[in-house]
Design a protein around this ligand. Sequence first.
Ligand code: HEC
Ligand code: HEC
Length: 347
Amino acid sequence: MRTVAVALALVSATIGATAALSAEDPLMKEAQGLFQPIPNKPPVVKDVVATPALVELGKALYFDPRLSESHNISCNTCHQIGLGGVDMLPVSIGHKSQKGTRNAPTVLNSVFNTAQFWDGRAADLKEQAGGPIQNPVEMAITHQHAIEMLRGIPGYKPLFEAAFPGDKDPVTIQNVEKAIAVFEATLITPNAPFDKFLRGDGNALTAEQKAGLRLFIDQGCASCHNGINVGGGMYAPFGVVEKPGADILPPTDKGRFQVTKTADDEYVFKVPTLRNIELTPPYFHTGKAWDLKQAVGVMATSQLGEHLSDDQISKITAFLHSLTGEQPMVTYPILPPSTATTPQPEM
Ligand code: HEC
Ligand code: HEC
């Protein structure tokens, strides 16, 4: 009797597996046409050769709060590597506790975005890195003073010399930007269940996640959120079909319009990456949605004019959870000490 039961269970398991395989083949093929897996090795930053010395320098600069006027704020303050590359605040808090106007996007996998910032105003990570240093509500230090600071910390000189062996005077803002960009390019999160699925492992996603992926494609989410970062590759208006409420999309921030001054670009934002999205609440450039399910519901109505059922929203959200990859393991750097002649903080 027991044997029969086991045999029956085996037969039905086999049938189940076959059915799952034939049904998921087209889904996998379709997904492979729309998305690419995160590579296991950091990509090359344009025009910069990533030597270990350069990555080490970039890491030190990324974590060094003395790159801010108050000596209190580093890149990691708002883009914490242990918190999915964000600060988990609706909007960031910078110099003299000033609130910024936008939610901090993750730095993880940002190297794969085709432009940086919610409005795409920086072309790449090198161009981006200089921005927050001198932004008055972020680190609030002029580039000139940042360089005086680094020159005033004697231990940085050998680090810059090792990172830029050809340069006579390597402590420059351009080199700071290069080093930070090269370090940021190492902050990638490979081997998410979805990456394994894209590489051919049909068992990497649960049945619910596969149903969610099917909806994500069929409902049209993937028309904007696609490519290696499941986003990060194009711009779109927030509210294509229906404008979300003023709490989520206040009229003051016109997005890409502020960069291009073209009427068509009003309320246009970069389509953000959905990689590691479960780790990075709150959502949207305003940071107004704490619940990923709520964010999915808002997207469906505002971008697609679809009112999804709770069940559909749960499935899509389950799929989004499959986008969480291996988080970068970064050893906290020991920073070169200040001396009596290092410029002092301005509080
Ligand atoms: C006070 C908080 C704060 C600090 C400090 C800060 N950032 Fe940001 N970062 C932000 C916010 C907010 C945005 C989005 C701004 C926007 O889109 O207008 C952003 C955007 C970015 C982006 C673009 C990501 C994307 O997907 O568009 C990158 C990359 C980045 N920051 C890296 C850095 C680096 C490197 C440093 C240090 C030199 C740094 N940030 C310092 C808050 C901060
Ligand atoms: C027409 C293009 C478009 C479509 C279609 C679209 N999105 Fe978006 N998505 C965006 C844009 C643009 C944003 C940024 C909105 C903002 O905050 O300004 C965004 C933001 C998001 C966010 C928040 C990300 C974050 O880091 O804060 C999630 C989650 C999301 N989308 C999921 C989805 C899902 C799920 C669907 C399908 C139901 C979908 N999107 C359909 C363009 C689109």
